[in-house]
Design a protein around this ligand. Sequence first.
Ligand code: JD8
Length: 246
Amino acid sequence: MNLRFDVFTLFPEVFTPYLQASILQRAQGADLVSVKLHNIRDWATDRHHVCDDIPYGGGGGMVMKPEPIFAAVEAILGSPPSCPLILLTPQGRVFNQTIARQLSGQPHLGLLCGRYEGIDERVRQHLVTDEISIGDYVLSGGELPALVLIDAITRLIPGALGDPEGAWDDSHASGLLEYPHYTRPPEFRHWRVPEILLSGDHARIALWRRQQALLRTKQRRPDLLEKADLSEGDRDFLHSLELDDK
Ligand code: JD8
Protein backbone atom coordinates (compact mmCIF):
# COMPACT_ATOMS: atom_id res chain seq x y z
CA MET A 1 0.00 0.00 0.00
CA ASN A 2 1.32 3.36 -1.06
CA LEU A 3 -0.99 5.82 0.70
CA ARG A 4 -3.88 5.45 3.12
CA PHE A 5 -6.48 8.16 3.68
CA ASP A 6 -8.74 8.08 6.75
CA VAL A 7 -11.61 10.50 6.25
CA PHE A 8 -13.71 11.72 9.20
CA THR A 9 -17.06 13.15 8.16
CA LEU A 10 -20.76 13.34 9.00
CA PHE A 11 -21.55 12.57 5.32
CA PRO A 12 -19.47 9.56 4.22
CA GLU A 13 -22.04 8.74 1.50
CA VAL A 14 -21.09 11.78 -0.57
CA PHE A 15 -17.59 10.35 -1.12
CA THR A 16 -18.58 6.94 -2.39
CA PRO A 17 -19.66 7.64 -5.99
CA TYR A 18 -16.59 9.72 -6.78
CA LEU A 19 -14.24 7.21 -5.16
CA GLN A 20 -15.85 4.40 -7.18
CA ALA A 21 -15.21 5.95 -10.59
CA SER A 22 -12.31 6.25 -12.98
CA ILE A 23 -8.79 6.91 -11.67
CA LEU A 24 -9.58 6.67 -7.96
CA GLN A 25 -11.36 3.37 -8.44
CA ARG A 26 -8.38 1.99 -10.40
CA ALA A 27 -5.80 3.29 -7.92
CA GLN A 28 -7.67 1.62 -5.05
CA GLY A 29 -8.10 -1.60 -7.05
CA ALA A 30 -4.34 -1.66 -7.69
CA ASP A 31 -3.67 -1.14 -3.94
CA LEU A 32 -1.86 2.12 -4.63
CA VAL A 33 -4.32 4.02 -2.43
CA SER A 34 -6.87 3.11 0.18
CA VAL A 35 -9.60 5.45 1.38
CA LYS A 36 -11.41 4.57 4.61
CA LEU A 37 -14.51 6.58 5.47
CA HIS A 38 -15.48 7.12 9.10
CA ASN A 39 -18.83 8.53 10.14
CA ILE A 40 -18.18 10.78 13.14
CA ARG A 41 -21.77 10.14 14.25
CA ASP A 42 -20.82 6.51 15.01
CA TRP A 43 -18.65 7.79 17.89
CA ALA A 44 -21.32 9.92 19.54
CA THR A 45 -22.37 8.12 22.74
CA ASP A 46 -25.74 9.72 23.52
CA ARG A 47 -29.02 8.10 22.49
CA HIS A 48 -29.50 10.29 19.39
CA HIS A 49 -25.83 10.43 18.38
CA VAL A 50 -25.79 14.23 18.47
CA CYS A 51 -22.64 15.76 16.98
CA ASP A 52 -23.46 19.47 17.05
CA ASP A 53 -24.51 22.05 19.61
CA ILE A 54 -25.21 25.77 19.89
CA PRO A 55 -22.23 28.15 20.05
CA TYR A 56 -21.04 29.50 23.41
CA GLY A 57 -21.40 33.27 23.28
CA GLY A 58 -24.49 33.10 21.12
CA GLY A 59 -24.95 33.79 17.45
CA GLY A 60 -26.50 31.68 14.76
CA GLY A 61 -25.75 28.21 13.50
CA MET A 62 -24.35 25.11 15.15
CA VAL A 63 -20.84 23.96 16.05
CA MET A 64 -19.49 20.40 15.86
CA LYS A 65 -18.91 18.97 19.35
CA PRO A 66 -15.38 17.89 20.27
CA GLU A 67 -16.09 14.52 21.95
CA PRO A 68 -17.25 12.46 18.91
CA ILE A 69 -14.41 13.90 16.76
CA PHE A 70 -11.72 13.06 19.34
CA ALA A 71 -13.23 9.60 19.87
CA ALA A 72 -13.35 8.85 16.13
CA VAL A 73 -9.87 10.13 15.33
CA GLU A 74 -8.21 8.50 18.36
CA ALA A 75 -9.96 5.17 17.70
CA ILE A 76 -8.69 5.08 14.11
CA LEU A 77 -5.38 6.99 14.18
CA GLY A 78 -4.32 6.36 17.79
CA SER A 79 -3.75 8.74 20.67
CA PRO A 80 -1.89 10.86 19.81
CA PRO A 81 -2.59 10.32 16.06
CA SER A 82 0.19 8.45 14.27
CA CYS A 83 -0.13 10.55 11.09
CA PRO A 84 -0.93 14.12 10.06
CA LEU A 85 -4.56 15.13 10.59
CA ILE A 86 -5.58 17.75 8.04
CA LEU A 87 -8.60 19.94 8.74
CA LEU A 88 -10.32 21.26 5.60
CA THR A 89 -11.23 24.84 6.42
CA PRO A 90 -11.45 28.24 4.69
CA GLN A 91 -8.85 29.37 7.25
CA GLY A 92 -6.18 26.95 6.01
CA ARG A 93 -3.26 27.55 3.64
CA VAL A 94 -4.49 27.44 0.05
CA PHE A 95 -3.99 24.06 -1.60
CA ASN A 96 -1.81 23.90 -4.71
CA GLN A 97 0.25 21.39 -6.70
CA THR A 98 3.31 21.90 -4.47
CA ILE A 99 1.31 20.93 -1.37
CA ALA A 100 -0.21 17.98 -3.29
CA ARG A 101 3.31 16.78 -4.16
CA GLN A 102 4.49 17.06 -0.55
CA LEU A 103 1.47 15.19 0.80
CA SER A 104 1.81 12.44 -1.84
CA GLY A 105 5.06 11.44 -0.11
CA GLN A 106 3.24 10.56 3.13
CA PRO A 107 2.20 6.96 3.82
CA HIS A 108 -0.91 7.90 5.84
CA LEU A 109 -3.13 11.00 6.05
CA GLY A 110 -6.20 11.82 8.14
CA LEU A 111 -8.74 14.25 6.65
CA LEU A 112 -11.24 15.94 8.96
CA CYS A 113 -14.35 17.44 7.36
CA GLY A 114 -16.36 20.01 9.25
CA ARG A 115 -19.97 21.05 8.68
CA TYR A 116 -22.31 23.73 10.02
CA GLU A 117 -20.45 26.82 11.28
CA GLY A 118 -17.36 24.71 11.88
CA ILE A 119 -15.79 22.69 14.68
CA ASP A 120 -15.04 23.39 18.32
CA GLU A 121 -11.73 25.27 18.47
CA ARG A 122 -10.20 22.67 20.85
CA VAL A 123 -10.21 20.11 18.01
CA ARG A 124 -8.15 22.46 15.88
CA GLN A 125 -5.79 23.27 18.75
CA HIS A 126 -5.18 19.80 20.17
CA LEU A 127 -5.90 17.24 17.44
CA VAL A 128 -5.42 18.84 14.02
CA THR A 129 -1.86 19.13 12.71
CA ASP A 130 -2.47 20.98 9.42
CA GLU A 131 -5.21 23.21 7.97
CA ILE A 132 -5.92 23.45 4.24
CA SER A 133 -8.43 25.42 2.15
CA ILE A 134 -9.13 24.71 -1.52
CA GLY A 135 -9.78 28.34 -2.42
CA ASP A 136 -11.53 31.56 -1.60
CA TYR A 137 -15.20 30.73 -2.06
CA VAL A 138 -17.76 29.45 0.45
CA LEU A 139 -18.71 25.77 0.51
CA SER A 140 -21.09 24.00 2.90
CA GLY A 141 -18.53 21.68 4.44
CA GLY A 142 -15.14 20.01 4.13
CA GLU A 143 -16.25 16.99 2.07
CA LEU A 144 -15.66 18.41 -1.40
CA PRO A 145 -12.28 19.85 -0.32
CA ALA A 146 -11.29 16.42 1.05
CA LEU A 147 -12.20 14.79 -2.29
CA VAL A 148 -10.17 17.43 -4.10
CA LEU A 149 -7.11 16.56 -1.99
CA ILE A 150 -7.60 12.81 -2.45
CA ASP A 151 -7.91 13.23 -6.22
CA ALA A 152 -4.94 15.58 -6.65
CA ILE A 153 -2.67 13.54 -4.34
CA THR A 154 -3.62 10.16 -5.81
CA ARG A 155 -2.74 11.33 -9.33
CA LEU A 156 0.84 11.86 -8.13
CA ILE A 157 1.33 8.32 -6.88
CA PRO A 158 3.47 6.39 -9.39
CA GLY A 159 1.29 3.99 -11.37
CA ALA A 160 -2.02 5.67 -10.46
CA LEU A 161 -2.50 7.07 -13.95
CA GLY A 162 -2.58 5.14 -17.19
CA ASP A 163 0.60 5.56 -19.26
CA PRO A 164 -0.78 8.19 -21.67
CA GLU A 165 -1.94 10.33 -18.79
CA GLY A 166 1.38 9.89 -17.03
CA ALA A 167 3.12 11.39 -20.04
CA TRP A 168 0.50 14.12 -20.18
CA ASP A 169 1.14 15.02 -16.56
CA ASP A 170 4.88 15.42 -17.16
CA SER A 171 4.32 18.07 -19.82
CA HIS A 172 2.45 20.07 -17.19
CA ALA A 173 5.14 19.99 -14.58
CA SER A 174 6.40 23.06 -16.49
CA GLY A 175 3.75 25.20 -14.74
CA LEU A 176 2.05 26.43 -17.93
CA LEU A 177 -1.58 26.14 -19.02
CA GLU A 178 -2.38 23.44 -21.55
CA TYR A 179 -2.15 23.78 -25.30
CA PRO A 180 -5.47 23.27 -27.21
CA HIS A 181 -6.55 19.69 -27.83
CA TYR A 182 -8.28 18.32 -30.94
CA THR A 183 -9.56 14.95 -32.03
CA ARG A 184 -11.42 13.62 -35.08
CA PRO A 185 -13.12 14.64 -37.27
CA PRO A 186 -10.66 17.00 -39.02
CA GLU A 187 -13.58 19.28 -39.94
CA PHE A 188 -16.67 19.82 -37.79
CA ARG A 189 -19.29 22.41 -38.88
CA HIS A 190 -16.65 23.97 -41.15
CA TRP A 191 -14.25 24.38 -38.20
CA ARG A 192 -10.92 22.84 -39.23
CA VAL A 193 -8.35 21.32 -36.92
CA PRO A 194 -5.10 23.34 -37.26
CA GLU A 195 -3.29 21.90 -40.32
CA ILE A 196 -0.02 21.44 -38.44
CA LEU A 197 -1.60 18.79 -36.19
CA LEU A 198 -2.44 16.71 -39.29
CA SER A 199 1.04 17.14 -40.80
CA GLY A 200 2.82 14.30 -39.01
CA ASP A 201 5.77 16.63 -38.36
CA HIS A 202 6.28 15.84 -34.68
CA ALA A 203 9.01 18.42 -34.07
CA ARG A 204 6.90 21.26 -35.49
CA ILE A 205 3.85 19.99 -33.60
CA ALA A 206 5.77 20.00 -30.32
CA LEU A 207 6.97 23.57 -30.99
CA TRP A 208 3.43 24.73 -31.92
CA ARG A 209 1.99 23.19 -28.75
CA ARG A 210 4.65 24.77 -26.58
CA GLN A 211 3.98 28.16 -28.13
CA GLN A 212 0.21 27.78 -27.72
CA ALA A 213 0.77 26.92 -24.04
CA LEU A 214 2.97 29.99 -23.62
CA LEU A 215 0.48 32.23 -25.46
CA ARG A 216 -2.47 31.04 -23.36
CA THR A 217 -0.58 31.33 -20.13
CA LYS A 218 0.49 34.87 -20.96
CA GLN A 219 -3.07 35.84 -21.94
CA ARG A 220 -4.96 34.14 -19.12
CA ARG A 221 -2.58 33.52 -16.21
CA PRO A 222 0.45 35.80 -16.55
CA ASP A 223 1.11 35.16 -12.83
CA LEU A 224 2.07 31.57 -13.70
CA LEU A 225 4.78 32.69 -16.13
CA GLU A 226 6.85 34.09 -13.26
CA LYS A 227 7.34 30.65 -11.71
CA ALA A 228 7.26 28.60 -14.95
CA ASP A 229 10.26 26.59 -16.11
CA LEU A 230 11.11 28.49 -19.34
CA SER A 231 13.85 27.86 -21.90
CA GLU A 232 15.65 30.56 -23.86
CA GLY A 233 13.44 29.66 -26.85
CA ASP A 234 10.33 30.12 -24.69
CA ARG A 235 11.53 33.58 -23.64
CA ASP A 236 12.32 34.56 -27.24
CA PHE A 237 8.81 33.51 -28.27
CA LEU A 238 7.22 35.50 -25.43
CA HIS A 239 9.27 38.56 -26.39
CA SER A 240 8.15 38.17 -30.03
CA LEU A 241 4.52 38.34 -28.80
CA GLU A 242 5.08 41.77 -27.31
CA LEU A 243 6.18 43.05 -30.73
CA ASP A 244 3.30 41.77 -32.90
CA ASP A 245 0.47 41.56 -30.25
CA LYS A 246 -1.02 38.21 -31.43
C1 JD8 B 1 -15.19 23.29 5.88
C2 JD8 B 1 -18.28 24.24 7.43
C3 JD8 B 1 -19.23 26.00 5.96
C4 JD8 B 1 -20.14 28.12 5.81
C5 JD8 B 1 -18.45 29.14 7.88
C6 JD8 B 1 -16.96 27.39 7.70
C7 JD8 B 1 -12.39 24.40 2.57
N1 JD8 B 1 -12.30 26.42 0.34
C8 JD8 B 1 -13.36 26.22 1.19
N2 JD8 B 1 -14.50 26.90 1.16
N3 JD8 B 1 -15.31 26.48 2.12
C9 JD8 B 1 -14.71 25.50 2.83
C10 JD8 B 1 -15.30 24.86 3.99
C11 JD8 B 1 -16.54 25.33 4.47
C12 JD8 B 1 -17.06 24.78 5.64
C13 JD8 B 1 -16.39 23.78 6.36
C14 JD8 B 1 -14.64 23.83 4.70
C15 JD8 B 1 -17.18 23.46 7.48
N4 JD8 B 1 -18.20 25.06 6.35
C16 JD8 B 1 -18.87 27.44 6.16
C17 JD8 B 1 -20.16 29.57 6.21
C18 JD8 B 1 -19.76 29.75 7.63
N5 JD8 B 1 -18.37 27.73 7.53
C19 JD8 B 1 -13.45 25.31 2.23
N6 JD8 B 1 -11.55 23.68 2.84
